[in-house]
Structure formats: structure tokens, C-alpha cells
Design a protein around this ligand. Structure first.
Ligand code: ADP
Length: 637
């Protein structure tokens, strides 16, 4: 259940409509978001890998210089170079070696520069792709998701987990491929140089591999825990900053400080646990690899001085021992890096898992054959609609049925929590009904594109949100091409023009979180103007005038009558006077539609509506005992 929209409604694969549930999260991440930049990725990794060849050259050259040029104890040969090409004079040999040495340094610097550049570009593009695509998915998630996950948690995924992707690129892919290449190239050369010693030393990388594998399994749950604690901490901080006025009003700063302290402490402990585990691996692998060096020096030293020890055969020159020793060093240093690669990989995997989980929530996509709802008249029917919020056990709406003709005005009234807003949330498909059907102009809302459905409906909620931007931008929101006259006209109809004219920059005044502070009523009026400016066939006001004072409400009411004349209007109202003149008034009680009719019909019926009316006009003497008992039980607001 739930709603999300295909970007173009044509059933193109959207991130998240694939096989998020299976497969490896890191593979999924690259498969889903790295494809457009694969050339950079391959290019970057190639540079990083190629860099290893010139980087391995100096020890070989110096080894040669020791043996052939300086000690004159061996023939002057360069690997892969025909002997005829090499100079015979010692000075020329030395010059050639020096030139090759400088050449290899320059080559490393150049290839490294390009590698970093290309891979860096890839890393940024990959991160950008993930951030924008995941954000896009997040904003299309069904509302249930936001009911169950708070802003801090979502922000932590969009910020921290996306950031972690860099580790995957540089700390794992680049370093990993670099390491593998170093290991393979170095070991191949070591085998060529002295296969016997190379075979003996092969034990060390195996031990390091085994250690890393064990370490990887050991550290994974710790990283998972860190990510979870970060989410908790962010949620708490976010909540407290959002609710700072309540905290101040109730003087609960110290209690809140304790709660933040607890969340931060849990985070610290999880972080410490992971850090400590990560730090353990380093000395262990360092010791193992130092042992490798010691074995090389001891065995190699004896070999050079007194001939082959133990079961070894053949000769080992001082130059070859130098090269060998240096290569053992490179091999083991790169092997030591395994721990960090594994650590980075586990970190990245945890982030990828969370990213995949959030995207996997994008479960119900619009039907692939959904068509646009073009310019509907606004006939709305509910046919036996039942709905339960995912987090609830009991249905919130049960068997709600009604028909509304195009252009009718409908008031929806009832006690708080009766289900009035829910009725309207199903119309705009914030949620989908569990059973029954909702149609607009005879078409099931699930068969039309969500975009066209919402485009036909002007929805104003009880506590509307203004984006940071000008009043004009807020009114023209979703239709930035509407002209200034339409904006002003809509603001006049919504009773907003007057106060907007008194703002410092009138329609160009910045509002929203960082802008000029507006009262609840003023925000509501701008939100009403926003809905009107879209000129929708259906208007939905969910307690849209609850913060507006009585005089302004009368003013809005008058213009709304005009506006509502040719469009279907639903108004949830707590103040019954707001809907008094509606064509139909629906009374919702405990998720059911219990009464319907005009104001007069309902008064004459002397049921729940009549009682609520008596309460609001202050005529409490007219209330029956059954209603008063209900109030005492707290069934009504
Ligand atoms: P009304 O508009 O009549 O005050 P609502 O339609 O907002 O009532 O809510 C009806 C019931 O559904 C209430 O009990 C409310 O607590 C519950 N409810 C509303 N929104 C949610 C939600 N997102 N998740 C779970 N329960 C909800």
C-alpha cells in the first residue's frame, strides 16, 4: 500500500523498483547509481593500477645498480629489455639507471595525478547521483514512512550515509585495486627473482588474509551499531531543536540535556567499540608482516654471506636481496592495508544497506498503465471505503460511502480523531484505501497518475508549510509560470493580500523558516492562496481556517463561496459556522459517516451534529444526557 510516482509515469525503472531486497548492497549501489559514470570509474581504477608499475621500478633499478654497476658482481641486465640495447660502459650504465629512476618517479607522479583526478571526479559524481536520486525517492515515499521514521533519521541517511560512499570509492575500490595490483606485480617479480624465498614468504599474506576475513566478520555488527546510534542521535537532536519552544515553555532543558547525553553516550560507546576493534587489527597485522621482513633479512643475509641455508639452493646476490627485501616491504605494507580496506568496506556496506532499505520502501509504484486525469469536473464518490493506518490495529475509516456532484460544497465535521482528515487524505492518495473505491469523475484514483490527480486538487492542510522563498514563490508553488496578477488575485481571494501588502517587500518578502515570521492564520491564508492559484477542480480544506480569526474567516468565507461555486469543495471544519452553508454536511464519528444533510436537515434530526452545534453556540441546556455522558467519557472534543 502507499503511493509513489514514476518520474514520467511511463513505467521507466526508477531507483528502487528493482531488486533491492536481494543481492549485495554495495553491488546494488554501484549497479544503480554508478552506471552513468562507469568510464570515469574504469579510467580512475586503471590509472591507480598502472601507477604500480613505475612505482615498483626503483628497488629493481637500485638492486641492479648494487650488483652490476657498483659491485660489478653480476651482468648488467634490465628485465624485459634486450641485452643489445644496454650500454656496456659503467658510467653509461649508471647514467641510464639514473635516467630510468627519475623517469619512474615522474611517471608515478603523473599517473597518480590523473588517477586521483579522474577517480575524484567519479567519487563526486557518484555521490551526487546517489544523493539526488535517493532524495527523489525519499520525497516520493508514502507518508507511512514519515509516520514511522523521523526527520533526523532520514537526514542522517541523506547526509552521513551518502558521505560514506566516498570511503567505498577511495578507501575500498581505489585502495583495494591498488593493493591487489601491488601484491600481484610484486609477488610475480619476487618469484622471478628468487622463487624459493618467495614461496616461503607466501605464508605471510595467507595469514594476513585469514586474519582480515575473521576481522571483517568481527567488526561488521559494530559498524552497523554505529550507524544506528548516529540515526538515533540525529533524531534526538533534530527533535529537540524543532521542539525548542516546548522545551523552554516547560523548562525541561535539563531533562532534555540528559536525554541527548544518553543518546550521545550510546553513540560514543558504539563508536568506541568499532574504533577499538578497528585499532586492534593494525598492530596484529603489523607484527605478522614484520616477521616476514625479519625472515627475509635473516635467511637472505645468511644466503648472501655463506651460501644457501636449509633446503634452499642457488645463489642470491646483495642487489637481489635488496630488491627482494624492498618488495617484501611493499607486499606486506599493501597487505597490512587490507584491514583498513575491510574496515572501510564494512562501513560502506552498512551505509549502502541503509540507503537500499530507504529506497526499497518505494514499494508501490503508480500503475504502469495509469492515465492522466484531464481537467475533471469534480464528481467525487466514495464507495464503501475502509482504511487502517499501517501503525494501527483498528480501522480508522469503515464503510464510508458518499457521492458528491461537481461544484458541490461539502462540510465534514465530527469530533477530534473521528477520521475527518483521513477521509480527505485518501482522496489525494496520501494513503490508499484497504478496500472500497474512491473515484473522481468516475475514475478510480488508483488508475490515474498521481501527479494529474493532485494537480486537480488544491489541498490546504491545517498547519501548512511555507517554503523558504518569497510570498510570490510560495503562492505560485508548483506552478511557477503563473503570472503576477493570478498571484495577487489568489491572495485577495484568500484574504492574504492586505497583510502581504504591509510586509517589508510585499510579495517579494522572504517567508518560511528563515524568512519573516508569519502567524498561523497568515500562513494558512498564503496556503489557501497557493491552492487557489492552481485553479483546481476540487478544493480540499483540512481545517484550513482554524488559525484564522473570526473576522478574517468571514472574509475568506465570502470569497470562498464565490470560488467554490464552480468547483467541488471539501472543508473539514471544527467551527461548524464555517460549513453552515455547505450543500452537504457529513458527520464523521469513530470512522463512520453517521449523519449527512444540510445544516437545517441535521439540526432537525437532532443527532450528533445538532448537539455539536448547541455546544458551539453555547446552548448547553439543549444537550441530551447521552451526549453529556459521551463528553465525560472523552469520546468527543
Ligand atoms: P480528525 O481529522 O477527525 O481529527 P484524523 O483523520 O486526523 O481525525 O485521525 C483519525 C484517527 O487516526 C485518529 O485516531 C488519529 O490518531 C489516527 N491517525 C491519524 N493520522 C495517523 C497516522 N499517520 N498514523 C496512525 N494513526 C493516525
Amino acid at each position: 500500500m502507499g503511493v509513489s510516482v514514476d518520474s514520467d509515469g511511463a513505467g521507466d525503472p526508477v531507483p528502487g523498483d528493482g531488486d533491492e531486497g536481494s543481492g549485495h548492497p554495495v553491488v546494488w549501489l554501484f549497479d544503480e547509481y554508478a552506471r552513468p559514470h562507469w568510464k570515469q570509474l574504469v579510467g580512475g581504477l586503471t590509472f591507480t593500477t598502472v601507477e604500480q608499475f613505475p612505482a615498483r621500478l626503483p628497488p629493481v633499478l637500485i638492486g641492479l645498480a648494487i650488483d652490476a654497476v657498483l659491485l660489478g658482481s653480476g651482468p648488467f641486465r634490465l628485465p624485459l629489455v634486450p641485452r643489445a640495447w644496454l650500454p656496456t660502459a659503467m658510467a653509461d650504465q649508471l647514467r641510464l639507471l639514473l635516467a630510468l629512476l627519475c623517469g619512474s618517479f615522474a611517471a608515478v607522479a603523473l599517473v597518480n595525478f590523473f588517477g586521483r583526478r579522474v577517480l575524484g571526479r567519479f567519487g563526486q559524481s557518484f555521490q551526487h547521483e546517489i544523493r539526488t536520486e535517493v532524495f527523489d525517492t525519499v520525497q516520493r515515499l508514502e507518508l507511512d514512512y514519515f509516520d514511522e521514521h523521523d526527520t533526523g533519521e532520514v537526514m542522517s541517511i541523506l547526509n552521513d550515509d551518502v558521505q560514506e560512499v566516498q570511503t567505498l570509492v577511495f578507501g575500498v575500490l581505489a585502495r583495494g585495486s591498488n593493493m591487489t595490483m601491488t601484491a600481484v606485480a610484486t609477488y610475480a617479480y619476487m618469484l622471478w627473482l628468487n622463487w624459493q624465498l618467495a614461496v616461503v614468504l607466501a605464508v605471510v599474506p595467507f595469514v594476513l588474509f585469514g586474519l582480515s576475513y575473521w576481522f571483517s566478520n568481527w567488526i561488521e555488527p559494530r559498524h552497523q551499531a554505529v550507524r544506528e546510534r548516529v540515526g538515533d542521535l540525529n533524531s534526538r537532536l533534530n527533535n529537540n531543536v524543532d521542539g525548542v519552544s516546548v522545551i523552554k515553555a516547560f523548562g525541561t532543558e535539563s531533562a532534555e540535556r540528559d536525554r541527548v547525553r544518553t543518546a550521545s553516550r550510546d553513540h560514543r560507546e558504539a563508536q568506541w567499540d568499532a574504533h577499538w576493534a578497528g585499532a586492534t587489527m593494525d598492530p596484529v597485522s603489523r607484527t605478522v608482516s614484520q616477521l616476514g621482513r625479519v625472515v627475509t633479512i635473516v635467511v637472505g643475509g645468511i644466503w648472501v654471506l655463506t651460501g644457501p641455508p636449509l633446503f634452499f639452493t642457488g645463489t642470491l646476490t646483495p642487489g637481489a636481496l635488496f630488491t627482494f627485501y624492498m618488495f617484501v616491504g611493499s607486499l606486506l605494507t599493501s597487505m597490512q592495508g587490507i584491514a583498513r580496506v575491510v574496515d572501510g568496506y564494512q562501513n560502506g556496506k552498512a551505509a549502502a544497506t541503509r540507503l537500499r532499505d530507504i529506497v526499497a520502501n518505494d514499494s508501490v509504484v503508480e500503475r504502469s498503465d495509469a492515465a492522466d486525469l484531464d481537467d475533471p469536473d469534480g464528481v467525487v464518490t466514495y464507495d464503501d471505503v475502509t482504511f487502517t493506518y499501517p501503525s494501527r490495529d483498528e480501522p480508522t475509516l469503515e464503510g464510508v460511502s458518499f457521492d458528491v456532484d461537481a461544484g458541490d460544497t461539502v462540510g465534514i465535521v465530527g469530533s477530534t480523531g473521528a477520521g475527518k482528515s483521513t477521509v480527505l487524505k485518501l482522496l489525494v492518495r496520501f494513503y490508499d484505501a484497504d478496500s472500497g473505491r474512491i473515484t473522481v469523475d468516475g475514475r478510480d484514483v488508483r488508475d490515474v497518475t498521481v501527479e494529474s490527480l493532485r494537480d486537480s486538487i488544491g489541498y490546504v492542510s491545517q498547519d501548512p508549510f511555507l517554503f523558504y522563498g518569497t510570498v510570490r514563490e510560495n503562492v505560485a508553488y508548483a506552478h511557477p509560470d503563473v503570472d503576477d496578477e493570478t498571484v495577487v488575485e489568489a491572495a485577495k481571494l484568500a484574504g492574504a493580500h492586505e497583510f502581504v501588502s504591509e510586509l517589508p517587500d510585499e510579495y517579494d518578502t522572504q517567508v518560511g523558516e528563515r524568512g519573516v515570521k508569519l502567524s498561523g492564520g497568515q500562513r494558512q491564508r498564503i496556503a489557501i492562496a497557493r491552492a487557489i492559484a492552481r485553479d483546481p477542480a476540487i478544493l480540499v480544506f483540512d481545517e484550513a481556517t482554524s488559525h484564522v480569526d473570526n473576522e478574517t474567516e468571514v472574509l475568506i468565507q465570502r470569497t470562498l463561496d464565490e470560488l467554490a461555486a464552480d468547483r467541488t469543495t471539501f472543508m473539514v471544519a471544527h467551527r461548524l459556522s464555517t460549513v453552515r452553508d455547505a450543500d452537504h454536511i457529513f458527520v464523521v464519528d469513530d470512522g463512520e459517516l453517521v449523519e449527512r444533510g444540510t445544516h437545517e436537515d441535521l439540526l432537525a434530526r437532532d443527532g450528533l451534529y445538532a448537539n455539536l452545534w448547541h455546544v458551539q453556540v453555547g446552548d448547553v441546556t439543549a444537550l441530551p444526557e447521552s451526549f453529556l455522558q459521551r463528553v465525560r467519557r472523552g469520546d468527543t472534543a
